[in-house]
Ligand binder design. Structure first.
Ligand code: XUL
Ligand code: CO
Length: 435
């Protein structure tokens, strides 16, 4: 054991009456909902990067956290892994997620960096074995290093494309070795700052080729996890190609990848795109590409990606409602791509953030489960569309329907629609009853 978390005990479920700082009040991992436990439904994951790598900097100031592993050596990387897995053991969440960059220091050559990653994967695998923590997804950091400043797959320089391809190959191998349930691609630098220096069509073609090769490689090595794209409209890049779920779907369709690739939807990214979280989830369900979530929220005023722990129960209730409506998580899960605030210096601040997040999600999930079970929204929704069940209405949607036939029908029947209330306020009250 490292001294980092001193003698903090594993976090346990203590119920809503508990006043303990470090306890779950709603997340009861073994509680059954239907035929699955809460842990199996929610599939919580803790991210490596914000918790153990981020130094607390912001655009106006540098490091605020002092951690004994903030150092570029392999020994420091191992200490970081020790502490990370100590936190996983305290929280007892089933999964974690990482980038190559998070777990190994960069070396002078790609080959040397890869060797370091391999060594760290062995180290992590041993820890996964002892703690039982599994990998929700692995990913490559194709955005921090200056080589990626103009993109990875979409870079005007083919050498960067090649470097990124070699890196993703390595990270897919690592994820496969670790039994990862998914592999994520977040294209933070796949986009452009100005069209004055950008050939958008060419860059999209490059990206399509790149992603096709990722899918091919996944099949070659027998990786059974899902390849996920994480949409985000901007930040760091002004215009990101993976703007939102609908944009990603159009891109996947163009390159015939819509059966192969799904989306990892992040609360804050949805909001940055001008949507709600549930809009993105419902869109992914409708298009058949829902994969997984990053459940971190933004500050509702600041307008940038603040990666805060979820603490809005109604927002998460609607999110899980849509996830359940789509059949729940398959390979996906609830990842916390979250960071504590830069003033939150104490080790147990890391725990408080996750405990609150897991309780928020558990509470929201139970609400959503109940709403689903009682048809709270599904029944009025079915009623709203019920007229479409009539044969003449269905006929309008059939392949031999035509505008002229419909026009004749309108005349023959004297169709004259009567507007009906959308009942939004009633439905909002229904949701609030569950929250
Ligand atoms: C950035 C973001 C990433 C991805 C993984 O906004 O969400 O951390 O989740 O690269
Ligand atoms: Co994310």
């Amino acid at each position: 054991m490292t001294p980092f978390f001193a003698d903090i005990e594993p976090i346990t479920y203590q119920g809503t009456d508990s006043n303990a700082e470090l306890a779950y009040r709603h997340y009861n991992p073994t509680e059954m909902l239907g035929d699955k436990t809460m842990a199996e439904h929610l599939r919580f994951a803790v991210c490596y990067w914000h918790n153990f790598v981020w130094p607390g900097n912001d655009p106006f100031g540098g490091q605020t956290f002092e951690r004994p592993w903030f150092d570029d050596t392999m020994a420091a990387a191992k200490l970081k892994a020790d502490v990370a897995f100590e936190m996983f053991a305290l929280l007892q969440q089933p999964f974690f997620c990482f980038h190559d960059f998070d777990v190994r220091p960069e070396a002078d050559t790609l080959a040397a960096s890869n060797a370091r990653l391999d060594e760290m994967v062995d180290y992590l695998l041993a820890k996964m074995e002892t703690t039982g923590t599994r990998l929700l997804w692995g990913t490559a950091n194709l955005f921090s290093h200056r080589r990626y400043m103009s993109g990875a797959a979409t870079n005007p320089d083919p050498e960067v494309f090649a470097y990124a391809a070699a890196t993703v190959k390595q990270c897919l191998d690592a994820t496969h070795r670790m039994g990862g349930a998914n592999y994520v691609l977040w294209g933070g630098r796949e986009g452009y700052e100005t069209l004055l220096n950008t050939d958008l069509k060419r860059e999209l073609e490059q990206y399509g080729r790149f992603l096709s090769m990722v899918v091919d490689y996944k099949h070659k090595i027998g990786f059974e996890g899902t390849i996920l794209i994480e949409p985000k409209p901007q930040e760091p890049t002004k215009h990101q190609y993976d703007f939102d779920t609908a944009t990603v779907y159009g891109f996947l369709k163009k390159f015939d990848l819509e059966q192969e690739v799904k989306v990892n939807i992040e609360t804050g990214h949805a909001v940055l795109a001008g949507h709600s979280f549930e809009h993105e989830l419902a869109t992914a369900n409708a298009l058949g590409i829902f994969g997984s979530i990053d459940a971190n929220r933004n500050d509702y005023q600041s307008g940038w990606d603040t990666d805060q722990f979820p603490n809005n129960v109604p927002e998460m209730t609607l999110a899980y409602y849509h996830i359940l409506a789509g059949g729940g998580f398959g390979n996906g899960g609830t990842n916390f791509d979250t960071k504590i605030r830069r003033q939150s210096l104490e080790p147990d601040d890391l725990l408080s953030g996750h405990i609150g997040a897991m309780d928020t999600c558990a509470r929201a999930f139970k609400n959503a489960w109940q709403m689903q079970a009682e048809g709270a929204l599904a029944t009025p929704l079915a009623e709203r569309y019920a007229a479409w069940d009539q044969p003449w209405a269905q006929a309008m949607l059939s392949e031999n329907a035509s505008l002229e036939a419909i026009a004749a029908e309108v005349e023959r029947k004297g169709i004259d629609p009567t507007p009906r209330s959308g009942r939004q306020e009633q439905l909002e009250n229904v949701v609030n009853r569950y929250c």
